[in-house]
Design a protein around this ligand. Structure first.
Ligand SMILES: [Zn+2]
Length: 167
């Protein structure tokens, strides 16, 4: 960050009490300006016995990815997860656990990745405004074929591979 997002003044690096690194400071506002970024949630969504994994096509893309969405200001990540699941799929999480976070430079977003299970497998609640296509994948290999290689979705899929129950 080079300029103050509030007043536009050029920032200078200063030592901030309690911080190890120099932090951008606005001399006009007399305030430190900590780095800003977006926060989003993303979830690998399994059915109850983890034999099926849900992925969706969005924004006109031809590959599949996971249910995801931005965390609003003041909102907890767990609430954002429940809200996005409701908005996009009308689904309620049965269980959910945090897995890991990953920073995505292109959209300046810290992605918080979860593993969620649902009891109701119905796809009828998919929002036509937000979801182009949604599909339950019955195996890891089938799901792996469907994601963009090198994407955050591929990494999340690889992470949840051990959870995928194959008969
Ligand atoms: Zn300022």
């Amino acid at each position: 960050m080079e300029f103050c997002p509030k007043c536009g003044n050029e920032l200078e690096l200063r030592l901030c009490p309690g911080e190890e690194n120099m932090i951008p400071f606005c001399t006009k506002c007399n305030e430190f300006r900590f780095p800003m970024f977006n926060v989003a949630i993303c979830t690998a969504l399994f059915n109850h016995d983890k034999t099926k994994l849900l992925m969706m096509k969005q924004y006109g893309r031809d590959k599949y990815s996971f249910l995801a969405g931005y965390v609003n200001k003041g909102e907890e990540a767990e609430c954002a997860l429940r809200r996005e699941m409701m908005e996009e799929m009308k689904m309620q999480p049965d269980t959910s656990e945090f897995l890991y976070s990953a920073y995505f430079q292109k959209s300046n977003t810290l992605m918080l990745n979860f593993l969620t299970t649902v009891t109701d497998e119905s796809l009828d609640g998919a929002s036509p405004n937000e979801v182009d296509e949604v599909h339950w994948f019955n195996s890891y290999d089938e799901a792996y074929e469907a994601v963009i290689k090198g994407s955050l979705a591929e990494r999340l899929l690889k992470t949840v591979k051990p959870f995928f129950y194959t008969k």
